[in-house]
Design a protein around this ligand. Structure first.
Ligand SMILES: Cc1cc2nc3c(=O)[nH]c(=O)nc-3n(C[C@H](O)[C@H](O)[C@H](O)COP(=O)(O)O)c2cc1C
Length: 416
């Protein structure tokens, strides 16, 4: 084995061997079980050749960040701006990432971690991984196959996903493509009849959970979007008919629903009474997305909410400067194990995932990274984004000595 490895190392590094041959050899040396892959970050594993700075195949990606510049190149400036934008100066968007660097990982040694189990059970359903896809609106703006491609990517390794009310694909089709139910994220509108119709449709399609997003009540200033849009020479109205009703009614979840009385999507004016009313019609699980304080987490318990997603909409709700990974502990403490707590915002690395689970999260969601993969390469891009994050996560699980998620706890990290 050692001499075979040395031979491949020598050949691959040799300036006289054609790059294609070297990468084939590197590919051969990478063959093995997932377990072996996760244990080895062998320098020969990745194809070493690339033309230019951008990856041209998903397999060339070393981490999820490699997909973003490709997505930027593929997308019209306005669509890229919509994806990239936070609010105001994008400082909360940045805070979501920076906060991970303030949490250290405490490695444990001499534990047999050859076999690990990353599955998690939520609402009676077992997910193979605690990494799920967050709801993203208008995914068709990033790739023609939109949520269908994302759903197929989720199916490959058993990831869960949440479909947005203003997604580009119907829930029936997404469930068909994933081959299993997905969660449905609700923008309720300000017409109760529409709310009821959306919930009914999602539950009839099989969605086990309705996720009410509560962080878009105040309007927002997406400056990065506005700036990027200036560089877009196309005429937006060629595709986007003007007016709110057109925007809403062209989303498939509103097909056959009368939206003539709807004046806003986000249900502006919603209060906890609204949650109570919604609780009354949701037959399955009710999840609130956008909770970031212990006060609101306690209210969730009082109002019969079944799970919380700690979220600031990926820095797209308000410029709070509060990273979700920093808001997570107070929510977890308030909930005190009574209901699952999920979290999203800035998750890009396996180490980010373990920091959230060690802080008490049940699972995490990713938004932009999967869209980068999708915009760059379609379904294979999403698959690779999930593969990379999962592989990094499995690696760090082993390094903290955890063989299953329940063995990840507060001792796995230290907050500075
Ligand atoms: C382009 C885009 C569209 C989004 N649309 C929705 C949406 O329709 N509903 C919702 O609850 N959250 C939406 N989000 C927020 C995500 O669900 C998630 O909270 C966020 O993307 C997580 O942060 P991350 O992008 O850093 O991973 C959107 C995010 C982006 C980037």
């Amino acid at each position: 084995m050692v001499s075979r490895r040395k031979f491949i190392e020598y050949i691959s590094a040799s300036p006289v061997i054609a790059p294609g041959v070297a990468s084939t050899l590197a590919g051969l040396s990478a063959l093995g079980t997932t377990e072996a892959l996760a244990q080895s970050y062998d320098v020969l594993r990745q194809a070493p050749t690339m033309n230019g700075d951008l990856i041209s195949t998903p397999a060339q990606a070393l981490n999820v960040f490699d997909f973003e510049p490709v997505a930027k190149k593929e997308l019209p400036p306005a669509h890229y701006g919509y994806l990239a934008s936070g609010v105001d100066a994008d400082k909360t968007l940045k805070a979501n990432r920076d906060a991970f660097d303030k949490i250290k990982i405490r490695a444990r040694r001499l534990i047999d971690v050859r076999k690990i189990d990353t599955s998690v059970k939520i609402f009676g359903e077992t997910w193979a991984s605690p990494i799920a896809l967050a709801p993203v609106s208008s995914v068709g703006a990033f790739h023609p196959e939109a949520e269908a491609a994302a759903a197929r990517a989720c199916k490959v390794k058993g990831h869960q996903m949440i479909l947005s009310t203003v997604g580009s694909t119907s829930i029936e089709e997404v469930i068909k493509e994933r081959g299993a139910p997905v969660w449905y994220m609700l923008y309720p509108t300000d017409d109760w009849a529409v709310t009821e119709a959306l919930v009914l449709r999602a539950e009839k399609a099989g969605a086990p959970a309705i996720v009410l997003t509560v962080d878009r009540q105040g309007g927002r200033n997406t400056e990065t979007l506005f700036r990027e849009r200036r560089g877009d020479t196309r005429t937006c109205t060629d595709c986007h008919a003007g007016g709110f009703k057109n925007e809403v009614s062209r989303k498939p979840m509103f097909d056959d629903i009368d939206v003539s009385k709807v004046t806003n999507l986000y249900g502006t004016g919603m209060t906890w009474d609204y949650v109570k009313r919604l609780r009354g019609i949701v037959k399955g699980k009710l999840v609130l997305k956008g909770i970031v304080t212990h006060e609101d987490a306690k209210q969730c318990l009082d109002y019969g909410v079944d799970a919380i997603i700690v979220s600031n909409h990926g820095g797209r709700a308000e410029e709070s400067l509060e990273a979700t990974i920093d808001a997570l502990p107070e929510v977890v403490k308030a909930v005190n194990g009574k209901i699952p707590v999920l979290v999203d915002g800035g998750f890009r690395r396996g180490t980010d995932v373990i920091k959230a689970l060690a802080s008490g999260a049940t699972a995490i969601c990713i938004g932009r990274p999967y869209v980068w993969g999708l915009a760059a390469f379609g379904q294979p891009g999403v698959e690779m984004v999930l593969t990379l994050m999962q592989r990094e996560f499995e690696t760090i699980m082993r390094q903290v000595g955890a063989t299953k998620l329940s063995e990840i706890n507060g001792n796995s990290i230290s907050r500075v």
